[in-house]
Design a protein around this ligand. Structure first.
Ligand code: WTA
Length: 654
């Protein structure tokens, strides 16, 4: 039997105590697809606190496209995450923060978090931020990041969190795309041995952001931080000046009022602003967090993702807090100060549920088992992964070494666009297979289609993954560009939402995500568009034309290979490589820096001038003998040059 078809049954001891077992999953799933409105209406009533009930559960069509959940309802997300827990959980830890240095920790109870969010909400109001205004958040992984998000939600402002590893330019473009009036940042961030000058980056960005009126600065370090007196405010000072009766009330929001915008990469153009709304999103993350992680009252739950990504939104902040759970916010790196850091954190905070990305697991596999074994880890009962396909070897290591063959693994498939998990095992219900995200969650109706959009039925088949019915957490539009929303997700296969992923459904009906079938790269779990990286490379002024492909990478899963045609009189040397890397880091972020740069004299193009990416992908993957038909190329000779160049060049960084 091959490794990947090994079946791991639900451990008996886990299954007995789990909230959902196989029979209840099957029954609930059946109900959720035969009577979606009945199912979701019941969940919304049981799981959320409403200010006013809805009049209609769902209105939808995938043509225009229109998706509305719980219309007529009034709700506030921050009340659901905070106020409603005060009666029974006021002194329970809402957040356990583990800072950059081991042992630098802070615990924030529900009472304290509620008070802090109310004050911050009042502060935002006093700065003129109103319902519907956009607020940019550019913060490290500190409790204030969650506070800022919740404070926006409390007053109905729409937040857009920008990953604090993004460059000034990337930050500027996001702020300008949605016209933010306020930016919340920190003076510095700390990541392992490095201090990140966040405020400086903000100064650079905001210089070209006409809509920004104020910059609120959290003091994370003692570093000297020049402030622009008319624009910048220290967060702690502004809070201290707030009158005692300042208005931190929770705004009454419509179910479909926007909650946040999160920028993500697509196959074309600039990153798009994925817009999520209030009630449906909240219901989706509440239910999935509860079911997928089998959340119990005394769990200490840790998701190692950054709030700059959707996983941080849904499964560090909103899902856990809505469920009244204790969520760990981790500021540091898995390998700082050494490769035992995660397990040190697990032991010190008695973490019971641990959720991370395959790229982190692969990096730790390489460091050896001793770093894991050094720690006790007996508090752990459940492990999770997200962000990219997990290779069976990494899965088996995670299971045997980290989880001592005792903890189930939930491999959760979803996207920025889906808001929350759509395909995943339920740990008390689903036998797992290493590398498979297994089965759809409640209400999720996946279909596989062939290239022509015809549904492929039955098991033991492969195709492109689509969804034929909406779920409450799905995105509602691309901010400011509804037509792009329609084009990107609903035009390829009319009547269906297209995920961009390839997928196999095996003999048991289990789903295996095989990766993107469009021009989106998934580098160490981060999404990047090839077009985005290519235009950054050209911005160096050294390159006339570039084509970027995903290449196999031991740790990142996918790395970036860049074929570059240099401009006249530019030398094919290390200085040019350096110049290109520098530009990409500045224009996007270090995460977008290519792992290989190949200088070539031309790209393989059809006679009509279209780059044949298929060929470049094959060569990048090292499949030199099987590049396929090159007869339609304008100049077939470029292929042999490209092959020779790639053969001779190692990766820039491991
Ligand atoms: C990939 C991250 C396989 C997939 C939550 C998807 C996965 C893209 C998995 C979305 C998984 C995410 N198995 N592939 N468990 N989870 N992906 O928007 O290609 O950053 O389309 O959302 O990541 O990435 P995004």
């Amino acid at each position: 039997m091959s490794k990947s078809s090994q079946l791991f049954p639900v451990p008996q001891s886990f299954g007995q105590k789990a909230q959902i077992n196989k029979a209840s999953y099957e029954e609930l799933y059946r109900e959720s697809v035969t009577d979606p409105e009945g199912f979701w209406g019941k969940q919304a009533e049981e799981l959320l606190l409403w200010k006013k009930p809805w009049s209609k559960v769902l209105t939808w069509d995938f043509k225009t496209p229109t998706i509305r959940w719980f219309e007529g309802g009034k709700i506030n997300l921050s009340e659901n995450c905070l106020d409603r827990h005060l009666a029974s959980r006021a002194d329970k830890a809402a957040i356990i923060w583990e800072g950059n240095e081991p042992g630098e920790t802070r615990t924030v109870t529900y009472r304290e978090l509620h008070a802090q969010v109310c004050k911050t909400a009042a502060l935002l109001r006093s700065l003129g931020v109103k319902k519907g205004d956009r607020v940019a958040i550019y913060l490290p992984m500190i409790p204030e990041a969650a506070v800022a998000m919740l404070a926006c939600a409390r007053i109905g402002a729409i937040h857009t969190v920008v990953f604090a590893g993004f460059s000034a330019e990337a930050l500027r473009d996001r702020i300008n795309d949605c016209g933010c009036s306020l930016l919340i940042t920190a003076n510095e961030g700390l990541r392992g041995p490095k201090a990140i000058p966040l405020k400086e980056t903000c100064n650079e960005a905001v210089a070209e952001c006409p809509t920004i009126k104020k910059v609120l600065v959290v003091r994370r370090t003692d570093a000297a931080t020049p402030m622009e007196p008319t624009r910048d405010l220290w967060y702690h000072e502004a809070l201290a000046k707030l009158p005692a009766d300042a208005d931190g009330r929770a705004e009454s929001m419509d179910s479909e009022d926007p909650l946040f915008i999160l920028y993500t990469s697509g196959s074309t153009g600039k990153p798009k602003g994925v817009l999520h709304t209030t009630a449906g999103y909240l219901l989706h993350v509440t239910l999935t967090h509860r079911a997928v992680f089998d959340i119990k009252e005394d769990d200490v739950y840790m998701c190692a993702a950054d709030v700059g990504w959707v996983t941080g939104h849904s499964y560090v902040v909103y899902g856990p807090l809505s469920n009244g759970a204790t969520t760990v916010i981790f500021e540091s790196l898995p390998t700082y100060p050494d490769a035992g850091r995660y397990w040190d954190v697990v032991d010190r905070h008695s973490v019971t549920i641990f959720y991370t990305a395959p790229t982190a697991i692969r990096a730790l596999v390489k460091e050896g088992d001793a770093w894991v074994k050094k720690y006790d880890r007996s508090s752990l009962r459940l492990l999770g992964t997200v962000g990219e396909p997990i290779n069976p070897d990494a899965w088996l290591w995670y299971h045997a070494v980290v989880g001592d063959s005792r903890c189930p693994i939930v491999d959760t498939w979803w996207q920025t666009e889906t808001g929350g998990v759509l395909i995943s095992p339920l740990p008390g219900a689903t036998a797992t297979k290493p590398g498979s995200a297994t089965l759809p969650l409640f209400g999720v109706q996946p279909v596989l289609v062939d290239d022509d959009g015809k549904e492929i039925v039955g098991n033991g088949v492969s195709g492109r993954l689509c969804m034929k019915f909406p779920w409450p957490g799905m995105m509602r539009t691309v901010y400011g560009d509804h037509e792009r929303f329609r084009q990107t997700y609903f035009s390829m296969y009319p009547g269906l939402y297209f995920t961009g992923d390839g997928c196999r459904r095996d003999e048991d009906g289990y789903y295996w995500i095989t990766g993107r079938v469009d021009d989106v790269l998934n580098v160490a779990g981060h999404r990047l568009g090839t077009a985005e990286v290519e235009s950054a490379i050209v911005r160096s002024g050294l390159v006339a034309e570039a084509a970027v492909v995903g290449i196999p990478h031991e740790i990142k899963g996918q790395g970036i290979g860049a074929f570059c045609v240099l401009r006249e009189n530019v030398a094919k040397d290390a200085a040019t490589t350096k110049g290109i890397l520098h530009t990409v880091r500045e224009v996007i972020s270090p995460i977008a820096a290519p792992d290989a740069i190949w200088f070539v004299s031309g790209l393989p193009k059809t006679r009509s001038g279209k780059i044949m990416r298929r060929i470049l992908r094959k060569v990048g993957e090292g499949e030199f003998e099987s590049v396929g038909d090159v007869s339609t190329l304008a100049d077939p000779a470029v292929v042999s040059e490209i092959v020779a160049t790639v053969k001779g060049a190692p990766l820039l960084q491991k």
